[in-house]
Design a binder for this molecule. Structure first.
Ligand code: BMA
Length: 330
């Protein structure tokens, strides 16, 4: 599984990373795994900020409460301006320890899906805002769930999300055979009609887990969404941690326009694989963790991804080329 290459249709932005700790006026640290959307005429990013440098994190990986969500704005999706303070600074705020956010605007309202660790496991949250300042938490799943992404419009009257519960009972996969499901909700509070979407066995370069990455984009051929896929290799160890042997790569799925629980196409190979120094070396080496995809009116697409759990990077492609990478399911 070591001969992977980024798809020719995908070009990394030459000025990468588009956001790093150097752009953040408060805590030094890791700035990665961001949700991005257009909101009120501008590009909005909410990013994960783990306090402490790579070196400090290596020494004290679980040094108390060390995470926040930060917010940045941009007019062109490339140059970002970060707020002077993190978005949630009060420990009493239910979103204080949220991470890996994904953003979607539905019916003009801004939704954020996020993960929240608790003593009893990881929960998936859905919060809503009308101004990106004030947030209402609509629902928090039971453990374990994560990587929720919302579709940008209601389907058959319901909000719809992809999600990745931790249902670790499938063998023969070696570790975490966590896979993608879909749920619906009339109001963002009550979620149900849950059904399986796609599993690890759909990709021959994945042997560990897959998860939704970007909120889906509506296209003439169906809903296009990025996913991440993870492979592990016994005996492999990357970076500073002897235990880290996972590689995160990005790929694409295409979902039926009317019933998005049906996969109608997928990219058989990864579309982004760790190749550059900022993707191969960081707090976690070999990690591409996309969280947003913006389709521009001229047919181009911007893909945003956390690189090596350390910075936010961007790549561009033509929407048609990404759709062409998705082959019909056999
Ligand atoms: C996942 C999450 C992500 C992270 C990835 C790679 O389990 O914790 O936030 O980017 O691992 O470390």
């Amino acid at each position: 599984m070591s001969d992977m290459k980024t798809a020719g249709a995908v070009k990394r932005y030459s000025g990468n990373p588009v956001l790093s700790c150097r752009d953040v006026p408060y805590n030094d640290g890791l700035v990665f795994n961001a949700g991005i959307t257009r909101f009120k005429g501008r590009c909005l990013m909410i990013f994960r900020n783990d306090f402490g440098s790579v070196e400090e994190k290596r020494l004290y990986p679980r040094n108390g409460r060390n995470q926040a969500l930060g917010r940045a704005w941009s007019d062109d999706g490339i140059h970002w301006e970060v707020d002077p303070e993190p978005l949630f600074t009060n420990p009493a705020d239910p979103l204080y320890s949220a991470y890996d956010p994904r953003l979607t605007v539905v019916d003009g309202r801004l939704y954020m899906c996020y993960a929240q660790s608790s003593r009893r496991g990881t929960c998936g949250g859905v919060a809503v805002s009308d101004d990106a300042d004030h947030w209402e938490v609509l629902s928090l799943s039971v453990p374990d769930n994560r990587n929720m992404v919302l579709f940008p419009e209601r389907i058959n009257g319901n909000l719809v999300r992809l999600e990745r519960p931790f249902a670790g009972y499938l063998r023969p996969y070696p570790n975490d055979p966590f896979e993608i499901y879909l749920s619906e909700s009339p109001d963002g509070v009550y979620w149900g009609k849950s059904r399986f979407v796609i599993g690890v066995d759909a990709f021959d370069w994945v042997n560990d887990k897959i998860g939704p990455a970007s909120p889906p984009v509506k296209t003439p051929r169906g809903w296009l969404a990025l996913i991440h896929g993870v492979d592990i290799e016994p005996g492999r160890s990357w970076g500073w941690s002897k235990n880290w042997n996972k590689r995160y790569q990005a790929s694409l799925i295409l979902l039926d326009p009317d019933d998005p629980s049906k996969v109608i196409g997928l990219s058989e190979k990864p579309v982004i694989t760790p190749e550059t120094p900022y993707e191969r070396c960081g707090y976690r080496d070999q990690v591409i963790f996309p969280g947003g995809m913006i389709a521009e009116p001229d047919g181009s697409v911007k893909i945003y991804y956390g690189a090596a759990d350390t910075v936010v990077a961007m790549a561009e492609a033509r929407l048609d080329d990404l759709l062409d990478l998705c082959k019909p399911l056999k």
